[in-house]
Design a protein around this ligand. Structure first.
Ligand code: PAF
Length: 274
């Protein structure tokens, strides 16, 4: 594995590549969720690039960028063992200059749910993903369904800007209790770990209702909120179509059910695709 930290070094090693390039962008603190993306990308491509970059522009002012978990030594080991060819670990000044030209999230889909709760987050996320996709020259880029709205917006960016890369959506990875894996789970303490399971339980409750024939979105959301009473604060429960338009009735094969809630220190998100 080669570790590169500058654009020039990345381009130098890339020159030697031929065939399909798989790319997994990350912010580090790698867990089994990342590992499953890396393993899928490894299987489906000739070459594999992973990036680790904690992107400042996608953090809001009141979100603690400095407290974001950083585990470079462990991450390098994981990438090495997973068969990564190129690990790109740039610094902020490699990725950004002053007074940049920015692309922004779309006015509607980019400003509901996560976009409404974290205004500006998706602008910064799309800005860095555009840069990383361009730099990686990826054939296939891998993103988790856990960040479903992020995935939808990246897919839209690639379409709207005629970018030549396949966006591959990968399934959510859960721990043995059903908790969706996230770098933020490390902040869960003691009994919070149990209470955090109510996000996944609320999605299970919704699925059960739908399997029993229920399609009414408002009714399903009410039932989910009962299960979510174990959290400290629910930010949203939403049932939308795959393009993030609101739904009145569940459409099998075209629905995503999402939840965001606080449990102790971390804000957790989870979803299920119906
Ligand atoms: O999902 C993430 O970890 C980040 O949003 C991404 C896609 C690496 C961009 O910084």
């Amino acid at each position: 594995m080669v570790i590169v930290k500058t654009i020039e070094a990345l381009q130098e090693v890339q020159k030697k590549l031929s065939g399909a390039i798989g790319f997994v962008p990350t912010m580090g603190a790698l867990h089994h969720g990342h590992l499953s993306l890396i393993q899928q990308a490894r299987k489906e491509n000739d070459h594999l690039i992973v990036s680790i970059f904690v992107n400042p522009t996608q953090f809001l002012e009141d979100e603690d960028l400095d407290a974001y978990p950083r585990k470079d030594a462990a991450d390098i080991k994981i990438c090495e063992l997973a068969g990564v060819d190129i690990l790109f670990m740039p610094t902020i000044d490699v990725m950004y200059e002053e007074d940049e030209l920015c692309i922004g999230a779309p006015a509607i889909r980019g400003y509901v749910l996560e976009g409404e709760k974290r205004p500006g987050h998706f602008d910064g996320m799309l800005q860095i993903v555009m840069k990383l996709l361009n730099l990686s020259s990826a054939t296939n880029a891998y993103f988790g369904k856990k960040d479903a709205q992020q995935l939808a917006l990246i897919t839209q960016m690639v379409k709207n800007y005629f970018m030549d890369v396949n966006i591959i959506a990968c399934d959510i990875v859960r721990d043995e209790n059903g908790l969706a894996l996230s770098s933020r789970n490390v902040y869960l303490e003691g009994e919070e770990k149990q209470r955090a399971l109510s996000l996944a339980r609320s999605l299970k409750r919704a699925t059960k209702l739908i399997m029993a024939g229920e399609k009414n979105v408002e009714l399903i959301k009410k039932e989910m909120l009962l299960v979510l009473k174990d959290t400290d604060e629910v930010e949203y429960v939403a049932i939308v179509d795959r393009e993030f338009n609101a739904l009145e009735r569940v459409e099998i094969g075209n629905t995503i059910i999402l939840v965001a809630a606080w449990v102790g220190k971390p804000r957790l998100i989870d979803n299920i695709w119906i």
